[in-house]
Ligand binder design. Sequence first.
Ligand SMILES: C[S@@+](CC[C@H](N)C(=O)[O-])C[C@H]1O[C@@H](n2cnc3c(N)ncnc32)[C@H](O)[C@@H]1O
Length: 365
Amino acid sequence: MANRNLKEAKAAKNDEFYTQYHDIEAEINAYLEYNPNVFRGKTVLLPCDDPEWSNFTRYFVAKFEELGLKKLISTSFAQESKNYKSDWQPTLFESEDPRFSAEKTAICGKIFTLTGDTNQNGRIDIDDLEWDYLEGTGDFRSPEVTTLRDEADIIITNPPFSLFREFLAWIVQGNKQFAIIGNMNAITYKEVFPLIKENKMWLGATIHSGDREFKIPPEYPITAAGWRIDEFGNKYIRVKGVRWFTNLEHGRRHQPLALMTMEDNLRYNKKMKDKEAYDHYDNYDAIEVSYTDAIPSDYEGVMGVPISFLDKYCPEQFEILGRADANIGNESNIYHFLGFKDKGGAPLIKGHFIYKRILIRHLKS
Ligand SMILES: C[S@@+](CC[C@H](N)C(=O)[O-])C[C@H]1O[C@@H](n2cnc3c(N)ncnc32)[C@H](O)[C@@H]1O
């Protein structure tokens, strides 16, 4: 049901889902554990983040000194440009500011910057954020936000669900470090998979299963199950399949999976108990491994594994060769290279299609 919520939101282009503080903190902690100086001296851009709503802005303001940031830039999208028009009103904080313009607030994005203790009260906090209107709507694709992208070292956010592919392409084009939230299904998009295959992007360290709660505007039109209102009247929705997509290093991805031999899997792995052998695909020269924990340690050929394998993927242990998917498009040269029998497509076993798979092989040590 919660997954239906995301599909509904994507179809209706309802992008107002706000990430929880603890989900952000846990992921950033994993990068810091690997490299305590990963943010030191860096400019971080949060390009879909109004401090009014965004815990990304709150988190990076609160940790500005501890992380050793040089500069934080957070930009927001104009109210009138949002797909979902809430009955939002500017806060007193905003409307009493001498720069406030009701007209601009409706049609312009805003830029918030933090460089230090600007009000000189001895600490760096949300009151040190300086703000102004952008000239345009704050669309991340606009020239002015793209200039901010080029200035930044690291881009972090939960981008609009309906624009995930474009957002990722925008970051990659800028050749930036990043950590962004998206849906697991994005892995098989033709724009996304090559980055994973080439180890230019991987899954984050902290979200691997179950669902995550996002805050939504109180009057948000959600009809499916999986939502709640807390004691303060805040509305939350649970979304399945959420993952971090990043090119920031973390320790989890360098931990190899513990594996058993093929024979031991067939004998002792409860998930394999009905099998006498691993199935071979009809249309790929590869075996089907339906569960990541059934990957055999001693099979040297190509193996088809579920996309959730990427939660456990260690690039020192496996090589990713391609994907077996009905929507392969024109990647058939990969299959030719591997000596596969035809041009790809969804994997088939004894004439029956099975779910899309990632094709991997052990790296020879
Ligand atoms: C999924 S929400 C996440 C907000 C915030 N990053 C967070 O995680 O709490 C995505 C935000 O991007 C904004 N947005 C939608 N289209 C945009 C665009 N083209 N450029 C910039 N922001 C956009 C939406 O209005 C929404 O507030």
